[in-house]
Design a protein around this ligand. Sequence first.
Ligand code: PAF
Length: 289
Amino acid sequence: MQTIQSLDPLRSAVEALRADGELALVPTMGALHEGHLTLVREAKARAAHVAVSIFVNPRQFGANEDLDAYPRQLERDSALLEAEGVSLVWAPSVEVMYPQGYATNISVSGVSDGLCGASRPGHFDGVATVVCKLFNQVRPDLAFFGEKDWQQLAVIRRMARDLDLVRPYADRIFGVATVREADGLAMSSRNAYLSPEERARAAALPKAMREAIARIESGGEVAMTLGHLALELLDAGFASVDYAELRDAASLEPLSALGAGPARLLVAARIGPARLIDNMAVGGGADRQ
Ligand code: PAF
């Protein structure tokens, strides 16, 4: 496994890997957990080589967010990736990614609006910009993202379609189902911020979501059910609920009732120092974007 930190060696390394078959990219910010390793395994099952990028992207963090506290553990991450048979780790510095004079921003309207786009202004511009750069740097045939960041996946696919990206084509951007802890909490690097007590309370999030979904699927009124869900989280020890919304799974249009197409319940809530997000399919049927 090669670990590369600057652009010229990256270009030659990815050319050499691609000469040997298809190359998949798994973009990450490091602090890897089983969710990331699942993305790597899915990528390995579909491509000859897997590249993983590790870059804590300052442009997707707001002024009062956890950029400085975000865990950085390249050595540990590299050992995990080597054991998974990854061919290449791309770990650029901030200066390599955004050199002096950097001035370009990619902004995807529509799917970026509302949900995390409302509670984290500028976040999805930062994500779209860095992912577009990662795609141009590594030029992968396929790319893999976690469905835990459902809105992020929609933004990236929209960006790939709108910019006519070729490496990867939009239809070769894969979403992988959320990996959960035994108590149902979605795996996230930010779970590490929680104290043991907060971590135990955090399991109320997937539980309350599953209960809300059962109510909506059995005909419960959506707005009332979502209000009840937010109250349950506050009762369980969450400090605030940024949003709890029912959306069309593909377009992310807000829904006030279940329709014919697949729907998604999306929630973001704060507990202790962490802001946790989760999403689940509602109403059965296809639950992929
Ligand atoms: O999901 C993440 O870890 C990040 O948002 C991503 C896609 C690697 C871009 O920095």
